[in-house]
Design a protein around this ligand. Structure first.
Ligand SMILES: Cc1cc2nc3c(=O)[nH]c(=O)nc-3n(C[C@H](O)[C@H](O)[C@H](O)COP(=O)(O)OP(=O)(O)OC[C@H]3O[C@@H](n4cnc5c(N)ncnc54)[C@H](O)[C@@H]3O)c2cc1C
Length: 402
């Protein structure tokens, strides 16, 4: 026995690795169990707003991610022909914190988190699928995780289990079976392409039942996505030809990006979310974070950012106070009370924006929405954005003082 506090993290994605970094930083002994046979996160790009950067700063990784990614202000929204619907003023010092987006290749963000977790002493186990947990009781029985590897079944006890196993979470399904992911009604093409000519600022474009977005993720790469309303489980014989056809009537700069995409770089995934989120983020000694707790529509680009926020809060609101002699039950309750309302609110905002944005059908709806949006000054829109992006990490161990 080392006497150190122990945690098992189910899932080595963005949320799980962020939590592992935060836990090890306050001295906890951490094991991350990842189902995939290797940490080879590929994916495409991601855009983070200031709250994601604040979380990375709290983890000591802001500089590394800035270097690996590309920072630029959000440019605004266009219609499919490339006319501005809402243009965000460039580089106003008072709005910069709200509008700055960090674009990064998902693989580089994941690698930065993984290296930090390893360097801090977390044990990362791949090919380890968590099959069940015993939640234990704060102040009583420890929690236990069961997992399967190529060598058989394993069980490990821990003071805390962090469930970060994504939208289809095994742990959440066991503990909260009524919280089920649902198809969002849309599927999304994504690619990172070599490019040096795109201006770099995030531009989002709305057309009938479709949203296109592009942002720079490094000096030589642009990430684009094209999400569109479609029945679940679509399959296209030729994905790239379908994407080109889908955007054929759109602005030349959009057609250019899609045309410059090699077939090997194009991926498409159906989009799932967790309507209403998990009813509670804690049960016994288990805390549920990231998409497992609150998978939201990607319309406001907050899934990864909130996963990072969660990771920081696991360290500062649970691990730090417990290390300082605080009560685990109180720390878990404080985490739930802080995180659930925020993530629910963000998920609601994401759903509202989807209805007003890319889910809107063709015809008069497009013209009415576009006419309305052209009259909206950027100020109120920025104010709404500030409520999302101006997130401050909790002070480590603050719950001890409450
Ligand atoms: C089209 C699209 C675009 C997006 N764009 C953005 C964006 O621009 N900005 C943004 O902030 N967010 C974006 N998101 C959301 C973001 O990708 C997710 O919210 C984020 O990846 C969630 O991280 P996570 O660690 O919770 O889950 P995941 O990334 O899903 O990681 C879960 C991990 O757990 C592992 N796992 C699963 N089950 C088990 C098990 N039983 N045992 C062990 N391991 C297991 C998985 O292999 C995986 O590694 C987007 C999402 C979509 C669909």
């Amino acid at each position: 026995m080392t006497g150190r506090q122990t945690a098992v993290v189910a899932g080595g994605g963005i949320a799980g690795l962020a939590a592992a970094v935060a836990l090890t930083q306050v001295g906890w002994q951490v094991t991350v169990l990842e189902r995939a046979p290797a940490f080879e996160e590929v994916g495409a790009g991601l855009g983070f707003t200031g709250n994601g950067m604040a979380a990375l700063h709290a983890l000591g990784l802001e500089e590394a991610v800035r270097t690996a990614g590309h920072l630029a202000p959000h440019a605004g929204y266009q219609d499919r022909s490339g006319r501005w619907l809402l243009r965000i003023p460039e580089r106003r010092p008072d709005t910069q914190a709200t509008t700055t987006v960090c674009g990064i290749h998902r693989r580089r963000l994941h690698a930065t988190l993984r290296q930090a977790a390893e360097a801090a002493g977390a044990e990362l186990v791949t090919g380890a699928e968590v099959t069940a947990v015993l939640p234990g009781t704060p102040g009583g029985e420890p929690a236990a995780a069961m997992w399967q590897t190529s060598t058989g079944e394993h069980t490990g006890e821990a003071g805390l289990v962090v469930a970060a196993d994504g939208v289809r979470s095994t742990v959440r399904t066991q503990l909260f079976p009524d919280a089920r992911p649902r198809y969002a009604g849309s599927t999304s093409w994504r690619a990172v392409i070599s490019d040096t000519s795109f201006a770099g600022r995030l531009v989002e474009v709305w057309g009938p039942g479709t949203e296109f977005g592009a942002l720079r993720v490094s000096d030589g790469e642009v990430y684009w996505y094209g999400e569109f309303v479609h029945p679940e489980g679509a399959s296209f014989a030729d994905e790239l030809a379908s994407a080109r056809a889908h955007f054929s009537g759109w602005a030349p700069w959009i057609r250019g990006i899609v045309a410059a995409t090699p077939a090997s770089q194009l991926m498409r995934h159906d989009v799932y979310h967790l309507p209403g989120g998990c009813p509670r983020y804690v049960r016994g000694r288990v805390v549920i974070i990231g998409d497992a707790a609150h998978a939201m529509l990607p319309t406001i680009g907050q899934g990864a950012a909130t996963a990072l926020e969660d990771g920081v809060c696991v360290g500062r609101m649970i691990a730090a106070p417990v290390s300082g002699g605080g009560d685990l039950a109180a720390a878990l309750a404080a985490f739930d009370q802080a995180r659930r309302p925020r993530c629910r609110q963000l998920a609601r905002q994401a759903s509202m924006l989807a209805r007003f944005g890319f889910e809107l059908g063709d015809g008069w709806r497009q013209s009415a929405r576009n006419a309305l949006l052209r009259r909206v000054p950027a100020g109120p829109a920025l104010k709404a954005g500030a409520s999302i992006t101006r997130w401050t990490p909790p002070i480590a161990g603050a719950t001890l003082l409450i």
